[in-house]
Write a protein that binds this ligand. Structure first.
Ligand SMILES: [Zn+2]
Length: 313
């Protein structure tokens, strides 16, 4: 039994998993090779564990969504063009048993996600086969104004980190490497996080060589994350590459949080036909469940009647 990292608050052993500043989820930033490389890294253990609990995810679904959530948080920061409200949405539509997976994050450090089939029958699948082959759609935008920027690449079954690396190289013209890891234990997520390395055009061939070798030789990220905090994980992976972390006052706290509201939950109901609305009203109302956080919004017959009377509201 691995009780040390139990998310169960009634378990006194769970105290070891304190949520103090050093254990809180956070995004850190740094440079390597004298400024030839930018490095962004995230510790997302609590964020992924929250997703697992809210969405009742099986381990392979936790692994897949955890990587996607971590990736979306890293990309939201990496692709930041000084826009305060930028968000990034990753939509994986593969032919694997998990079905559609959505991970969404903003530059302020909030993330939320969704897995169409959170408990696949074959529990022994690895992440890439559980997602399968298909399409990855990446949307980034800045609500409420600004047209979202959308691009698509094929999912080739190599895993979330590889897909995101290909997306960055193709659609964003960014030479990068993405490393992601989630470590599941019987009672929850023991560790999760990721690193994205961006090479600048002025990087020397020697420094590219050193960084590539360090990435190739790095042990699986989840095993490092299990043993040390994210600052030390990055320093370990890039030892000998003049890695320097930017002042921790630039860290971004990360969390799983959903932006749903009663108003937003009601809006899609306006799309039902008057007959369908009438039927819901006759049945005494309707309930809408948020697919990202499981929150339930209950609408009475009167709420729906108002919608019925004023369909443009
Ligand atoms: Zn929600």
């Amino acid at each position: 039994m691995q009780q040390r990292l139990s998310p169960n608050e009634t378990n006194p052993a769970g105290l070891a998993f304190s949520t103090g500043p050093m254990n809180s989820d956070r995004l850190i930033q740094g440079m390597a090779e004298g400024g030839d490389f930018r490095i962004i890294a995230a510790q997302t253990t609590n964020t992924v564990e929250t997703a697992r609990q809210l969405l009742d995810l099986a381990p392979v679904a936790t692994d897949a969504l955890g990587r996607a959530l971590t990736g979306s948080l890293l990309l939201a920061r990496l692709l930041d063009k000084n826009v305060k409200h930028q968000y990034v949405t990753l939509r994986f539509e593969g032919n694997g048993p998990l079905g559609v997976i959505i991970a969404e994050a903003n530059v302020a450090g909030s993330a939320r996600g969704f897995v169409a089939n959170p408990v696949p029958q074959d529990v022994g699948l690895d992440v890439s086969r559980a997602i399968g082959r298909g399409l990855l759609t990446v949307v980034r935008g800045t609500p409420p104004a600004g047209k979202p920027y959308t691009s698509q690449i094929t999912l080739e079954g190599g895993g979330v980190a590889q897909d995101l690396t290909r997306y960055l190289a193709g659609s964003e013209q960014i030479a990068s490497a993405v490393l992601l890891g989630v470590l599941n234990r019987r009672d929850g997520v023991a560790a999760a996080g990721g690193i994205v390395v961006q090479g600048f055009p002025h990087a020397s061939p020697e420094s590219i060589d050193r960084i590539e070798r360090r990435i190739r030789e790095a042990p699986p990220l989840s095993t490092l994350l299990d043993k040390m905090r994210i600052e030390d994980v990055v320093a370990t992976v890039f030892h000998g590459c003049q890695y320097k972390q930017i002042d921790s006052s630039f860290n971004v706290p990360l969390s799983y949080s959903c932006s749903c509201s009663r108003e937003r939950a009601l809006a899609p109901l306006a799309l039902f036909s008057p007959d369908e609305l009438r039927e819901m009203i006759d049945q005494g109302g309707s309930e809408v469940v948020c697919q990202f956080c499981g929150r339930k919004y209950r609408f009475s017959g009167e709420d729906l009647l108002a919608l019925h009377a004023n369909p443009d509201a």
